[in-house]
Design a protein around this ligand. Sequence first.
Ligand code: GDD
Ligand code: MG
Length: 356
Amino acid sequence: MGSTDAVILVGGLGTRLRPLTLSAPKPMLPTAGVPFLTHLIARIRDAGVRHIVLGTSYRAEVFQSYFGDGTALGVELEYVVEDEPLGTGGAIRNVADRLRGDTVMIFNGDVLCGVDLRALLARHHDSAADVTLYLTKVPDPRAFGCVPTDPDGWVTAFLEKDPDPVTDQINAGAYVFKRSVVEAIPAGRAVSVERETFPGLLAAGALVAGYVDSGYWRDLGRPADFVAGSADLVRGLAPSPALPGPAGEALVLAGATVDPAATVTGGTTVGAGCTVGAGAVLDGAVLFDGSRVAEGAVVRRSVVGFGATIGAGTVLEDAVIGDRARIGARIELCGGARVWPDAELTDGAIRFSSDL
Ligand code: GDD
Ligand code: MG
């Protein structure tokens, strides 16, 4: 069977999570106290795969300076940098010369899930497929790759971001490839694995198997999902071997100060060095390190960037506040509001909601 390598695709721009992704790539954003990618690397390690190649492009240096050679996590990490983004398929092809075994597990770098990776790998080998896709079912498949299968579990089509999906079964963002399939992807140009490689394999009669799992699954690409995924990690609803165990309603990191008269619930993370004032209400909030929430402020399902400050009595709901932004007192930002890094909103009754 030979050894198995893992490849993680982490080169996307994270556009839907701006402004948080202006300074850090999406997989490096903190979730339950560590960069999101830590949870995925630990899961891959625990499945017995130790050689992991990161396909990077946007802000590539941030990964290497944090994870180094991977020793701290018990893996061997290598980095391959694309000068220009090569797309998902191009990124896979671009790491071909780093692969050592005949089997490759490939992961989107922004998926939080509980699938049994050993079982996925075993299915791939048992079925002698060229490629095996991890599939899951979601209520609204339009934002994903729609992947119907036949009664024997073979994939019959791959329809990326189909506005009128034929099934609620989607590509969950992890695959097992035979190494020869990686090598057959055209080199030196951008390729989408979803729009070009998978449809091309099916048209050519390749054996593409589906492995359907109904356990925890979430793509963290949108603010609402980032916040919900972080809360699920804190509460132990989403599994991660990188955490000591469920923290419960709140995870308060080292050096943070939370006033005893504040209410902190819903899987909130209070980052290192944060301060939270009396009477503040944090519900499903993600406070990045060094941010401050003044007395009586309310933060629900929102992200507060590194070093940002939220004034007294201000209400944030489903909002994203950029690093170091200063939000004054008695302001209301709801329904998808986003504030750019270093912006300043002065005290007052400003009300913003994209729902208005
Ligand atoms: N190296 C590299 N180069 N990585 C890239 C590039 C690139 O040019 N473009 C995207 N990526 C990485 C992203 O960083 C991310 O980890 C992963 O590829 C997927 O990109 P997303 O931008 O998150 O795609 P998506 O969420 O819209 O859709 C993908 O994931 C869904 C499941 O979460 C598709 O694979 C869908 O089919 C799938 O259903
Ligand atoms: Mg995604």
